[in-house]
Design a binder for this molecule. Sequence first.
Ligand SMILES: Cc1cc2nc3c(=O)[nH]c(=O)nc-3n(C[C@H](O)[C@H](O)[C@H](O)COP(=O)(O)O)c2cc1C
Ligand SMILES: C=C(O[C@@H]1CC(C(=O)O)=C[C@@H](OP(=O)(O)O)[C@H]1O)C(=O)O
Length: 382
Amino acid sequence: MRYLTAGESHGPQLTAIIEGLPSQLPLGKGDIDPWLRRRQGGYGRGRRMVIETDEAKILSGVRAGRTTGAPVTLAIANKDHRNWTEIMSPEPGGEPRKKALTDARPGHADLTGGVKYRHKDLRDVLERASARETAARVAVGSIALKLLSELGVEGANYVSSLAGIETRVPFSWDALEAIENSDLRTPDEDAAAQMRERIDQAKKDGDTLGGILEVRFRGLPVGLGSFVHHDRKLDGKIAQAALSVQAMKGVEIGRAFENATAPGSRVHDAVYYRGGTYARDTNGAGGLEAGMTNGEELIVRVAMKPIATLMKPLPTVNVVTHEASDAARERSDTTAVPAAGVILQCVIGWVLAEAMLEKFGGDTLPELQERVAAARAFAQSY
Ligand SMILES: Cc1cc2nc3c(=O)[nH]c(=O)nc-3n(C[C@H](O)[C@H](O)[C@H](O)COP(=O)(O)O)c2cc1C
Ligand SMILES: C=C(O[C@@H]1CC(C(=O)O)=C[C@@H](OP(=O)(O)O)[C@H]1O)C(=O)O
């Protein structure tokens, strides 16, 4: 499976083309749009999220509610485009255009992207660097999550901490509804209240905040990925997918950084044989050993940096005059940590769906389901 996304933040639309999905997968807007809405949520987002009500148009590859095996094309309109038609026009002329950006924002793509592609209006960079693109990736990922659910795999995401304020209620699959109903995607009400306060304060101060997201998957069969080749190791692929999301700067499988401070006897998961199968009482490995799923819950933790655009801007340089200036101020989020968890579940879901197809193959969902069931039965009896 593979996909490509295209589209600028304030262009007419985002587009994604997915190739390699099995046929016979039940699929409709109802599987995609709730994920787009989830991604738009979260306390601390800017006014853009009031303008947009993201929904996917399915333009190919699905008929009568099922994938046909042909490439699936998805489109998500940018409602805000109507305010940017001249600025974003592909026709030549009108330069310098309104909203030209020349005061590079530290922490964003502006300066390096400008040098790389030889732009002096850094809008040519930020339009594509923007995390608006993640709407397309969530639409794609939601289809991967649908495929996984047809194969008995379920995912979750929540905010583990925001600006150092930690969710103290341990994660539980029973808390999914509470997480879903929380504008901070945490089941810990006290932590959520503190987070809201901190976000309000940051907004007043013209500042921004980051945090740590946790993504989990359960029901994964044993042996997705590989210990044989570097480019098929699932831990590496998951880390790539997570870090490819705008503003993600660190990935942890399980409690990797805490594990690094403890002796092996307290980190590795002892194996037992109980009730005719293998069992572990702990999951320090976070569901991955040697680049493969080991049948335990997959636990991925990801660090998101604070948003780069500050209303109280950092010093920078104007790339036209080379004079010292204040970094550009664009309409912006104070934090997007809750949305990031949704995005991460989708992009990691994609990697897992790909790994399923790599191991089990098949052009159709029923073939895939039969093969996954056979692999589960084998692992049980091994
Ligand atoms: C959901 C989401 C929303 C974001 N919103 C903003 C924003 O409003 N303003 C901003 O400067 N950066 C925002 N970012 C982060 C930037 O897109 C990102 O920092 C930038 O593209 C540079 O890439 P890097 O941080 O991965 O190095 C957002 C990221 C995500 C995931
Ligand atoms: C548009 C989205 O996020 C945007 C990501 C973003 C950035 O720099 O990454 C900057 C902001 O763009 P705008 O100036 O248009 O408000 C965010 O709103 C979105 O998530 O759909």
